[in-house]
Write a protein that binds this ligand. Structure first.
Ligand code: NIG
Length: 407
């Protein structure tokens, strides 16, 4: 099966495996472009006349007149499998309470844990499928999903199994992460729970690619995280960690020591840690929607990019701190609140998150030989995507060379 997407007003894509520093917004832009896809792979991309001359056979033709084509969006930090919702907490925050106070009063992560433990596999799957369909309709074609609303062996494995079965049942490509260390379950000491987490690892092996932990006061300490991650690495899982979200906790240093693929959040990162990250190959995954939704300070994206760190942005979709699946909106917030350029917003929502997930050899750009994950946006150029905000511009989504969404 072959596909020709032609008459593209603007094709905008990053090239290579990762972009950083002065190259962080280095998009390749082609006007009046075409892309030829054979099977699941991009075979030709360039000026329309040149591409059309090279193709043979009778491909299915998509006329993208007046529209923009970008790579499928890559959302590299989500907590998509959970039961219930927490709009009452949202209302409490609107009335002036903060996230930590609500969590200390029995809300927060632990309230989603109770709901998720009580939910059946089918209930969890059907909610997650609904969320994935929404993400796809907003242009996301690859997504990392963390467990973490189980906090016991049975429910953590139930969540990872749901992710695994969803991989086969819908088009968004999924990368599973084990986040058993999301919070300390009620009635347990952190010491007892870390012991339990270590015992979960052999069962998690093969069901997750990454290990995550919430490194924070009242959650997981450096030494607990290190013990867990070292054991997880032994089982083939690579760390990506929640650090420096609520407090400046030196989590970047810990992530680097553990060889983390990514350190995520970084709202409270220090100048010293910015320098360390800039001299590493670890991705700084920033989550603009959580600062927007919880109404607290944004991470210093500009300083990170200018220092030369690898920066990605992600939705952080979860029921408490970021109830959005719209990566176009995340790009807008990144531009207006964190001073990314629209080109940097596109790179940090495609190639760089793919790099952090270890898949940028095939995902995150429209290049010959890469997987054909493309989105046709009903706008004239890529700058319109974050500029015309709060609106879904997706016209058509192509995953692995197949049209999987169209409106
Ligand atoms: O990334 N910080 C930890 N986890 C989520 C919040 C999860 C929740 O509130 O349910 C986050 O913000």
């Amino acid at each position: 099966m072959s596909l020709l997407i032609t008459n593209i007003a603007e094709l905008a894509t990053p090239h290579g495996m990762v972009l950083r520093g002065a190259q962080a917004g280095a998009l390749h832009i082609i006007h009046d472009a075409a892309v030829y896809v054979d099977g699941d792979t991009v075979c030709e991309v360039g000026a329309r006349d040149a591409v059309e001359k090279k193709i043979s056979g009778n491909p299915t033709v998509i006329d993208a007149a007046g529209k923009t084509v970008i790579p499928g969006l890559v959302d590299s930090h989500t907590h998509l499998v959970f039961a219930g919702s927490r709009e009452t907490e949202f209302a409490m925050r609107c009335a002036g309470m903060n996230y930590q106070t609500i969590a200390a009063a029995g809300g927060g992560i632990l309230s989603s844990v109770s709901a998720t433990r009580a939910a059946s596999v089918d209930e969890l799957k059907s909610a997650a499928k609904h969320y994935l369909a929404l993400a796809l309709a907003h242009g996301t074609t690859t997504m990392e999903i963390k467990s973490g609303y189980g906090l016991d062996t049975e429910t953590e494995l139930k969540i990872l199994d749901v992710i695994q079965s969803l991989s086969a049942e819908q088009p968004v490509e999924l990368v599973p992460t084990f986040l058993g260390a999301h919070a300390i379950p009620q009635g347990k000491t952190s010491e007892a729970y870390v012991k339990e987490l270590l015992e979960m690892l052999p069962h998690v092996k093969g069901k997750a690619q990454f290990i995550d932990a919430f490194v924070e006061e009242n959650y997981f300490s450096h030494s607990e995280t290190e013990t867990l991650c070292r054991a997880a690495i032994h089982h083939g899982l690579k760390p990506r960690l929640h650090v420096n979200q609520l407090t400046a906790n030196d989590g970047v240093r810990l992530g680097l020591k553990l060889g983390a693929a990514s350190v995520d959040h970084l709202e409270k990162i220090t100048d010293d840690e910015i320098r360390l990250l800039a001299n590493s190959d670890c991705t700084a995954t920033l989550l603009p929607a959580v600062s927007f939704f919880l109404n607290y300070g944004y991470p210093p994206a500009r300083a990170l990019i200018d220092a030369g760190a690898i920066v990605a942005i992600a939705s952080n979709f979860n029921p408490g701190s970021a109830m959005t699946l719209n990566m176009q909106l995340v790009m807008s917030i990144a531009c207006t609140q964190m001073r990314l350029t629209p080109a940097e917003a596109l790179v940090t929502a495609t190639l760089n998150p793919a790099y952090s997930l270890g898949v940028s050899e095939k995902i995150g750009g429209i290049e010959i030989g890469k997987q054909a994950d493309l989105v046709i946006m009903d706008v004239q150029n890529h700058q319109m995507i974050p500029y015309f905000f709060g609106v879904n511009h997706v016209q058509t989504v192509i995953k692995k060379g197949t049209v999987v969404y169209s409106r």
